[in-house]
Structures are given as C-alpha cells and as structure tokens.
Design a protein around this ligand. Structure first.
Ligand code: AMP
Length: 287
C-alpha cells in the first residue's frame, strides 16, 4: 500500500494504472475509519483491480459553528486499517494541496438540496460536490463507493456524475451498524457516555416506523410523529429533522408509495447524528 499526499503523484500513479487497462475503485472518506468505511473498501476490493481510498476532512463542506475542528482524526490508525483492507493507494492530501488558492469556479448543488441535510447545513452539498469533482478528476475511477447512511449524498452524487458526465459507476452500500443498531460513524466518539446509551433510539425509532408501515400505515405525518415522539421521549437529543420523502427524488409525499426514505438528524451536545430507513412500499400489504 502506498500513501500519497500530492495531486501530482496521485495522477502519475493513476496514469500508470490506466496504461495497464486496470479498473479503479474509489472510496472517498474523511478518515477515522470504521467498519462502515471498511465495508465500502471490501466491496471496491472485490469489484476492481486497484482500490484508492481518499482521506480528507474537507473544510468546504462544514458550515460555521460545525465540527470541522473537533472532527476526529488519526492517520496512523487509518493507515493500518486501510492496509488491513488491502487498499492499494491512500490519497491523503493537505487542505493547502487541495485548495491552494481561492477558487475561480464555484459548484452549486441545485437539486435535492432544499431538504434534509441540504436545508439544515446550507452550502454543505456545494462543498461535497466541489471536493468530489476534484477527487474524481484526480483519481479517475471506474467505480465510486458511497454509503447509504448519507442517502442524500448518494442522490446528489448521482446528479453530479450525470450532469458532468463523469464516466463513473456509482456504487451505493447499505448502512453498517453497531450491535445495538447505532449507525457506525466517525462522529460517534464525540457522544457523551449517556448519549451513547441513548443513541440506538434513532435506529429503534426507524424500526418502529418500519413495522408501522409494514402493518399498513401510509400517512406521512403519522410516521414522522411516531419517530419524533420516540426520539424526544427517549433521548436528550434535539431533533434537527424527521422527514419522509420519495427516494432518490427527495420529493414530499402525503401518502407513502414507491421507494420512500424516512430520514432523521438529531443534535446531541457535541455531535449531530443522522440515520435513515429506505423502504419499498408494497401496496399488496393493504389488500
Ligand atoms: P465519511 O468519512 O463519514 O465522509 O464517510 C465516507 C463514506 O463512508 C461515505 O460514503 C459514507 O456514507 C460511508 N459511511 C460512513 N458511515 C457508514 C456506515 N455506517 N455504513 C455505510 N457507509 C458508511
């Protein structure tokens, strides 16, 4: 495994790989790797000749007052985990390497960003789209792997790939969870001990919503209410949003039908957690 910190060297290595007609799988991350990231890596390893993992805490996607400074970082630990996942190249650039001067072009994510994290984190997806445009151009992967924990991100990346004609296959990966149901996240280390105990309620509330949908509930507001009540009653967290949309279009629904996402974001004292459930509504259940 090779660690690369400059764009120039990364492009040189990619050129070398491309000359050998080799397929490249790319896993972009912000590091502090966990089982979720490793699952993306495993899938990339299975489907490609070469696996590139990027580790970059992208300042552009953090708003003022968000957790850019306190975002957990541990490169040596990440390096060992990447090695164990048989990554070929770790791209680990500095902020100065990625953004050496103020930009002359701005990328604005327009679609599907007026809801969920796009609404509560203004500019977040512009930052995501900008860094991914750069990373896609540097790594030029055949396939790129993204987790459905960030389901809105998957939808936005799909738009980015299509709009800018990146010859990249988007490969979404299911949410990986702790044994108690909490979605794995680098940010979980910033939960206070008592918040860590409460945090699985996010998953439990989604499971309750799922059961309710499976027994025929189709009213969007009722689903939102079930989830919100559980989170309010069983955690000290503050609900940022509990919303239900069609997926991946992220259009509002009065009644559930088709593929639907129930998405939540909850603010704890030092960390904001997100989770979601994507469910195919089987109209047959009602009959
Ligand atoms: P991050 O380092 O948080 O930016 O995440 C990098 C990639 O890993 C993103 O595509 C995330 O959606 C994905 N990811 C993070 N946590 C999980 C998880 N628990 N399950 C599946 N994918 C995840």
């Amino acid at each position: 495994m090779k660690v690369i910190t400059t764009i120039r060297e990364m492009q040189f290595e990619i050129n070398r790989q491309k000359n050998q007609s080799i397929s490249i799988g790319f896993v972009p991350t912000m590091g502090f790797l966990h089982e979720g990231h490793l699952t993306l890596i495993k899938k990339a390893r299975k489907e490609n000749d070469v696996v590139v993992l990027s580790i970059f805490v992208n300042p552009l996607q953090f708003g003022p007052g968000e957790d850019y400074d306190s975002y957990p970082r541990d490169f040596e630990r990440d390096r060992a985990l990447a090695e164990s996942g048989q990554v070929d190249f770790v791209f680990f650039p500095s902020v100065e390497e990625m953004y050496p001067s103020s930009p002359s072009i701005k990328i604005t994510a327009l679609n599907r960003t007026d809801v969920l994290c796009g609404k509560s984190r203004p500019g977040h997806f512009n930052g995501v789209a900008t860094v991914l445009t750069k990373l896609f151009n540097i790594v030029r992967p055949h396939r790129a792997y993204f987790g459905l924990k960030d389901a809105q991100q998957v939808a936005v990346v799909d738009g980015l790939i299509k709009d800018f004609n990146f010859p990249i296959e988007l490969r979404p990966v299911d949410i990986i969870r702790e044994q108690d149901g909490l979605a794995k996240s680098s940010r979980n280390v910033n939960l206070l001990p008592e918040e860590r105990i409460q945090a699985p309620v996010l998953f439990n509330s989604l499971q309750t919503a799922k059961m309710s949908i499976e027994s025929g509930e189709r009213n969007t507001q009722n689903i939102i209410s079930i989830v919100s009540k559980m989170i309010t009653m069983e955690t000290n967290g503050l609900i940022d949003y509990v919303e239900v949309y069609s997926y991946p279009q992220l259009k509002p629904l009065e009644r559930l039908s088709g593929t639907v996402i129930v998405a939540i974001a909850v603010k704890f004292s030092r960390v904001r957690l997100i989770d979601n459930l994507i469910i195919e509504i089987d109209e047959g259940i009602l009959e």
